[in-house]
Design a protein around this ligand. Structure first.
Ligand code: GLC
Length: 469
């Protein structure tokens, strides 16, 4: 089966979040059994030399609305997967993927329409049998494939329903979409055009990234206005839990770590903790170290951490935060780190530092308001770091109560009621668990032995693909 896997971001070429990680790990795992080609835009900031990205000589002229756009196709092989890249000035000559920090580009509809038209053209030229689209940035390709009369089967994955690609109606003509799609059953959404609806309506199967999120998004509370539409299409909707690349995240050989460890040899994890605390100039290695790693957006429950800061500041613990995004959060966290000596904040993103933090920590905080899947909790467990999470979406599916009887994989501390008080209680529970030492070590080892590998996830996708033929 010839598969084209497309996303707006793929690690290590371009990344803003978990989408890039999955878009790297999944095609790699799928390509063990299937003929998979990955495709993304060749943004100007991508280091072509470093990744040996070369022109293929293939050029295409696309008609997008009234405008002709020339696109060039580049390629490289990375970790056994053939990666194709679409280069076009309008799509790629920008500093960010979606916009400047915290914003989005005004012409994102045209940019990603060019990408979507290129996906359709390549599906034809490469005789693609199955097209796997991810998030709204590629969703327009679904109606375009159907309008072109192609037999290509389409799987559309929603990584985050909060981002839908909503544009004013005039966008229809400039993106080259046939106006017949502007109906309630199709892409019309409160007088605007909604790309995600197009992806849902015109795909053969729709997936999201955890079973719990697949249920939640059909409820008004989490449906972002599309719960009714998703209920209508529920028969083709399923939740497939993401996984992580266990070679990339491997505490026994991770090149970013000062010391290596595994479930049977844990002494070096304490050394990683000591080394990290020295690095951030905190000298209380006996206290539990909590970390938070992620984008600074409302989804991640940052307000609850901020509301709980006066309590956290007094607790016998250290909290180390790494991330960036919305300016207001960056400023608030900066202020908190000045105020409390046990709260440390590093603004920005640093892949290697994040690995050292996973290795050093005792607990990972993940109080997301909603979480389609979440990868950090799986990475944390692989490094023997116990997750403390809001029991929601993919967090509910991967982190089960540590004191529960069920032998389910992934154990940690969780809280159900949204808000700072739930989070504080969960942190208290984690500190108590830390103090038990023996139980703490047992849970930590249990988590390290769990299988969150992308292989399991890839098997599920492969079976789904096969049901469509
Ligand atoms: C998005 C979601 C996150 C998910 C990731 C990969 O970033 O917010 O929950 O893990 O996509 O699917």
């Amino acid at each position: 089966m010839r598969v084209l896997f497309t996303a707006a971001e793929i690690f290590p070429f371009a990344k803003t979040g978990g989408l890039a990680d999955i878009a790297h790990a999944l095609p790699k795992a799928l390509s063990e059994h299937l003929d998979v080609v990955s495709l993304m835009p060749l943004y100007r900031f991508i280091d072509k030399k470093r990744y040996q990205i070369e022109p293929t000589g293939m050029e295409m002229t696309l008609i997008v609305g009234e405008t002709l756009h020339t696109v060039e196709i580049f390629s490289t092989h990375y970790e056994g997967v053939e990666h194709l890249f679409v280069y076009n000035e309008t799509l790629c000559d920008c500093e960010g993927i979606y916009g400047p920090p915290g914003g989005c580009y005004e012409n994102n509809d045209i940019r990603f329409a060019i990408f979507s038209h290129a996906i359709v053209e390549l599906s034809k030229r490469l005789s693609i049998e199955l097209l796997h689209l991810n998030d709204w940035h590629t969703a327009l390709a679904a109606p375009l494939v159907k309008d072109a009369g192609l037999k290509t089967r389409i799987v559309f994955t929603i990584h985050n329903l909060a981002y839908q690609g909503i544009f004013p109606p005039l966008s229809i003509s400039r993106t080259g979409l046939s106006p017949h799609h502007f109906t309630l059953e199709d892409m019309e959404f409160y007088g605007s055009l909604n790309w995600l609806k197009g992806g849902i309506a015109h795909s053969d199967a729709v997936t999201t990234v955890s079973p719990s999120y697949a249920v939640e998004i059909q409820l008004p509370e989490f449906g972002c206005g599309l719960d009714g539409f998703l209920r209508l299409h529920h028969e083709k909707l399923s939740g497939i839990l993401n996984g992580i690349d266990t070679t990339l995240y491997d505490p026994s050989g991770d090149p970013s770590l000062p010391y290596h460890f595994s479930a049977g040899r844990m002494a070096n994890k304490s050394r990683c903790k000591k080394a990290y605390l020295e690095e951030i100039d905190i000298d209380t290695p006996e206290l539990p170290l909590f970390i938070f790693i992620g984008r600074f957006v409302e989804q991640k429950g940052l307000d609850w951490i901020i509301d709980a800061a006066n309590v956290i500041g007094k607790f016998p613990m250290v909290l180390s935060i790494l991330g960036g995004g919305e300016r207001r959060y960056e400023m608030l966290f900066d202020a908190l780190s000045q105020q409390y000596s046990n709260i440390h904040v590093q603004i920005g993103y640093d892949e290697s530092l994040s690995h050292r933090m996973y290795a050093a920590a005792d607990f990972l905080l993940m109080p997301s308001r909603f979480e389609p899947c979440g990868l950090n909790q799986m990475i944390a467990m692989r490094y023997g770091t116990i997750p403390v999470v809001h029991r929601i979406g993919g967090l509910r599916d991967t982190v089960h109560p540590w004191n529960g009887k069920e032998p389910l994989c992934g154990k940690g501390v969780s809280f159900s009621e949204p808000g700072a008080s739930g989070l504080v209680r969960a942190i208290e529970e984690a500190i108590e668990l830390y103090d038990t030492r023996r139980t703490f070590r047992r849970i930590r080892k249990f988590d390290m032995d769990c299988d969150f590998s992308i292989r399991r996830c890839a098997q599920r996708y492969e079976s789904l693909y096969r049901t469509l033929f």
